[in-house]
Design a protein around this ligand. Structure first.
Ligand SMILES: Cc1cc2nc3c(=O)[nH]c(=O)nc-3n(C[C@H](O)[C@H](O)[C@H](O)COP(=O)(O)OP(=O)(O)OC[C@H]3O[C@@H](n4cnc5c(N)ncnc54)[C@H](O)[C@@H]3O)c2cc1C
Ligand code: FES
Length: 359
């Protein structure tokens, strides 16, 4: 099953740096209800491809949901990449792009909390949205540590300078240039973050940078619920089409069964209790081998998702009781799993009763 996609006209294309462009979309009032978003969320864009028909890629919204402006994503060219270069080379105002509605869980629960933000390169896109939204709609302080290769590659430099000037008491931006200071090391990041050890941390950037920041935050005792990370990966499948998604799901189950035998679990339907957005659901007919997300969608539950492939974590939920087995997981680490976090798009039942929450 796939979610509905929408053709959005491109209002504007902004050259941010030599290798990054923002694409501003127009959202007609008739579909506006599908495009409300929280700071830190992303759109999934269908990029036309001669090889595969569509290449699906996620792009974080760099706009803020509270300033009344249109949604905007910012795309940085990936060396030898397909979709990012296609967008930077081809997309013009007046074009339309097919997108899935906003999704993702890289979002602060409260803008009154103090936020410690780490961005590296294009990882600034969800982070600037969080910063702008917190400054206009919350009361907390914001500290941003922003690492880039050199001055020319700093996306949103003027916008960040303007924000810092507008909110001198609440926003501090620290730029780190690798060309000048080298890669920020874990001890350097730890020394920086030590003054903010009670704040909520958000991290987005290249994998080695995210690892260094995460190691620093762990060393400082930041608990899992105050360490949020967004990993930029490319989707392999196509969440835009029912046929492809269903065929792919079957293929994944076949592959899992081929490699590991049939999924462990009961041979009878399981009971699942779900807490989502303040609503409690209970279903007694979760069939063996059926993914939790598919089951909830079949019941009309608006469970979050994006890639459906175990890549993005938009579907992450927490197990409160019982156990599930994930057929694929490219994003959760051992600590996430120990904390009970699971990917609903990949979770099949292992016990006859399972209780999960999306909080
Ligand atoms: C939640 C999330 C948010 C993100 N936000 C951002 C963001 O704000 N800004 C940003 O810049 N990036 C963001 N990304 C990363 C983005 O989704 C892409 O991973 C990135 O742009 C690189 O994609 P690419 O196709 O250019 O490169 P790659 O994925 O490296 O391109 C190579 C891949 O494309 C395939 N390919 C090559 N040619 C073709 C073809 N003709 N047709 C089909 N496939 C082909 C190859 O097989 C290979 O798998 C985000 C990712 C996630 C998961
Ligand atoms: S929807 Fe992306 S990991 Fe489940």
């Amino acid at each position: 099953m796939a979610t509905d996609s929408y053709e959005l006209p491109v209002l504007e294309v902004i050259e941010e740096t030599g290798d990054a462009r923002s694409v501003v979309f127009e959202v007609d009032e008739s579909i506006a209800e599908h495009f409300g978003y929280r700071a830190g969320q992303f759109l999934t864009v269908a990029i036309p491809s001669d090889q595969t028909g569509v290449a699906a890629r996620c792009y974080s919204l760099s706009s803020s949901p509270v300033d009344g402006g249109p949604p905007k994503v910012t795309v940085k060219r990936t060396a030898d990449g397909y979709a990012s270069n296609w967008i930077c080379d081809h997309v013009q105002p007046g074009d339309t792009l097919r997108v899935l509605p906003p999704s993702g869980i890289f979002t602060p629960k409260s803008y009154d909390a103090d936020l410690l933000l780490f961005a590296g390169g294009s990882g600034i896109t969800p982070v600037i949205s969080i910063a702008k939204t917190a400054l206009s709609s919350g009361s907390g302080r914001v500290v941003l540590f922003y690492a880039n290769q050199d001055e020319a590659s700093v996306i949103f430099a003027p916008e960040l300078a303007a924000l810092a000037a507008e909110h001198p008491e609440r926003l501090q931006v620290v730029h780190w240039l690798v060309s000048v200071q080298g890669l920020p090391s874990e001890p350097q990041l730890r020394a920086f973050a030590a003054s903010y050890s009670t704040w909520d941390a958000f991290v987005c950037g290249p994998a080695p940078y995210m690892k260094a920041v995460t190691d620093a935050l762990k060393a400082l005792g930041f608990p899992r619920e105050r360490r949020h990370q967004e990993k930029f990966v490319s989707l392999g499948g196509n969440p835009f089409g029912d046929v492809v998604a269903a065929a792919q799901a079957e293929a994944e189950i076949d592959a899992a069964e081929h490699e590991e035998g049939p999924p462990d679990g009961p041979s009878v339907p399981s009971t699942v209790e779900v807490e989502l957005d303040g609503v409690d659901y209970r279903f007694d007919d979760w069939q063996p081998g059926t993914k939790l997300l598919d089951h909830l969608e079949a019941k009309g539950v608006p469970a979050p998702f994006s890639c459906r492939e175990g890549h993005c974590s938009a579907c992450a939920c927490r197990i409160l009781e019982g156990e599930v087995k994930m057929l694929q997981n490219d994003i959760l680490d051992d600590e996430d799993i120990a904390d009970g976090i699971r990917l609903a798009c990949q979770a099949v039942p292992v016990t006859e009763k399972v209780k999960v929450t999306y909080h």
